[in-house]
Design a protein. Sequence first.
Length: 146
Amino acid sequence: MTIREAKQTDVIRLVEIVRSSPEAGNWSAGEIESSLAEPLRRCLVAVAEEEERVLGFVLVQCAVSGEAEILTVAVDPVARRRGVARRLLWGVLEAMPGRVWLEVRRSNTAAQRLYQQLGFVESGLRRNYYSSPTEDAVVMQFTDSK
């Protein structure tokens, strides 16, 4: 598996992954496409080398030097439990030193465990942050100590 920057030609595949991953949010093709063109955002994709097929992606907002916010992480359901999300997140942490923030559904304990294993710590709660269904978000942060 390799990690690379997303390309405009990846948009259709990224939308397929989002549609099969309701926990990742409801990003439209237009929103993903405009995010790829947005200079303050980065999108990394995990690609299966043998198939050259995108397995998952992470979209990150980098508005302030030394800080980034993970907007969404999504992995194709058939590629889950193979370390794809972990590799994508390490790609973000290596490429963007400093502080990285994210929100995660309170009920998504598997994702919270992964984030904690990578060094994220809980730093707050956003009440009723998510809709469909309404749910609180746990705010987590990673701080690079370098």
